[in-house]
Design a protein around this ligand. Structure first.
Ligand SMILES: NC(=O)c1ccc[n+]([C@@H]2O[C@H](COP(=O)([O-])OP(=O)(O)OC[C@H]3O[C@@H](n4cnc5c(N)ncnc54)[C@H](OP(=O)(O)O)[C@@H]3O)[C@@H](O)[C@H]2O)c1
Length: 267
C-alpha cells in the first residue's frame, strides 16, 4: 500500500487473497459485501451475533472454494472482538481490511426514547466500531499496511427527526474514523468512511415513511467495494441525497429546521 492506496499486482484483482474482517456480516450490507468479496476472491472473517446465519454464508461460498471463517461475537465486547481478530488471523492470515459495518437503527420521538435504548445504539454503532478498530489496528501498523472502513451514514451530517440516537451515533462514528485517519498518517494504514443513504436491507424493511432515492443492496455494495479499492477517504451516496445533505451543512439552523421537519424519513 502506498499513500493509502494498494498497488495492483499483474493478473490479480485488488481483492485476490486479501483478508477482510466484516462486522455485521449476517445480514444486509455486511452479508452483501461478504458474498461480493467472495466472488472477487477475498478471504473473509465474518463477525456478528447470529452464528447460524454466518455459517449459511460461509457454506454458500465454500462451494466456490473461497476461504471464509465465521465467528459469533458481539461488537460491544472488546475482548471478544480481539479474540475474533486473532482467530481470523490464525485461520486466514493477517487482516488487510476491516469493514466496521455492524449497527442498529432506531426511530423514536425524543419523548419516547428510553436512555437505555439510546445507550445501546451508541454502544453498538460507536463503541462497537471502536472495539473493532482496536482489535486490528496494531497489527496493521506493525505490517505498515491495511485499511479501516467505516459504514457510517448520511445521517452523520446533521440531526434528523425521530433519529436522535442514530444521528448522534453516526456523527460520532464518522468523527472517530476521521481522527483515526489523522493518527495513522504515514503508517501505511488508510481509512475510508462510507456515508450511504437509504438501502434496501432488513434495517429499512417495513418502514412506511418515504425513503428518497432508496437504493438496491447490490448497487450500494458495488459503490462501497469501489470506494475501498480506490482508497477513498470519504464517500457519500446516492449523489442526489448526498448533495441535499451536504447543502444542509451550510444552512442556518432556522432554515435547516424547517427543511428537516418537512421531510421526515421516519414514521
Ligand atoms: N440500510 C440502510 O439504509 C443504511 C443506510 C446507511 C447506513 N447503514 C448502516 O449500515 C450498517 C448495516 O446496516 P444494514 O442495513 O445492513 O442492517 P441489518 O441488515 O440490520 O444488519 C445489521 C448487522 O449488524 C449486526 N449487529 C447488530 N448488532 C450487533 C452487535 N451487537 N454485535 C455484532 N453484530 C451486530 C447484525 O448481526 P447480528 O444481529 O447477527 O448480530 C447484522 O449483521 C449499519 O451500521 C447501518 O447503520 C444502513
Amino acid at each position: 500500500m502506498t499513500n493509502g492506496k494498494w498497488k495492483m499486482t499483474d493478473g490479480m484483482n485488488f481483492w485476490t487473497n486479501k483478508v477482510v474482517m466484516i462486522t455485521g456480516a449476517s445480514s444486509g450490507i455486511g452479508k452483501g459485501l461478504a458474498l461480493e468479496l467472495a466472488r472477487r476472491g477475498a478471504k473473509r472473517g465474518l463477525v456478528a451475533r447470529r452464528q447460524n446465519l454466518l455459517d449459511e454464508i460461509v457454506n454458500s461460498v465454500r462451494l466456490r472454494g473461497v476461504k471464509a471463517f465465521a465467528i459469533a461475537a458481539d461488537v460491544r465486547d472488546a475482548d471478544a472482538m480481539k479474540g475474533a481478530a486473532e482467530r481470523i488471523q490464525a485461520e486466514l492470515g493477517p487482516i488487510d481490511i476491516l469493514i466496521a459495518n455492524a449497527g442498529i437503527g432506531t426511530s423514536h420521538h425524543i419523548s419516547q426514547l428510553d436512555p437505555i435504548h439510546a445507550a445501546n445504539v451508541i454502544s453498538i454503532n460507536v463503541l462497537g466500531a471502536a472495539n473493532s478498530v482496536a482489535a486490528v489496528v496494531s497489527q496493521m501498523v506493525e505490517r505498515g499496511k491495511g485499511q479501516l472502513v467505516a459504514i457510517s451514514s448520511l445521517a452523520a451530517y446533521r440531526g434528523l427527526p425521530l433519529s436522535a440516537a442514530y444521528c448522534a451515533s453516526k456523527a460520532a462514528m464518522s468523527a472517530y474514523f476521521e481522527s483515526v485517519r489523522l493518527d495513522l498518517r504515514g503508517t501505511g494504514v488508510g481509512v475510508t468512511i462510507i456515508h450511504p443513504g437509504f438501502i434496501k436491507t432488513p434495517l429499512t424493511a417495513g418502514r412506511e415513511a418515504h425513503m428518497p432515492f432508496l437504493m438496491e443492496l447490490d448497487d450500494a455494495v458495488q459503490k462501497i467495494v469501489s470506494a475501498i479499492e480506490k482508497g477513498k477517504r470519504s464517500v457519500a451516496f446516492p449523489w442526489q441525497l448526498a448533495t441535499v445533505v451536504r447543502a444542509g451543512l451550510w444552512m442556518p439552523a432556522f432554515m435547516y429546521d424547517w427543511l428537516a421537519a418537512h421531510n421526515s424519513f421516519r414514521e
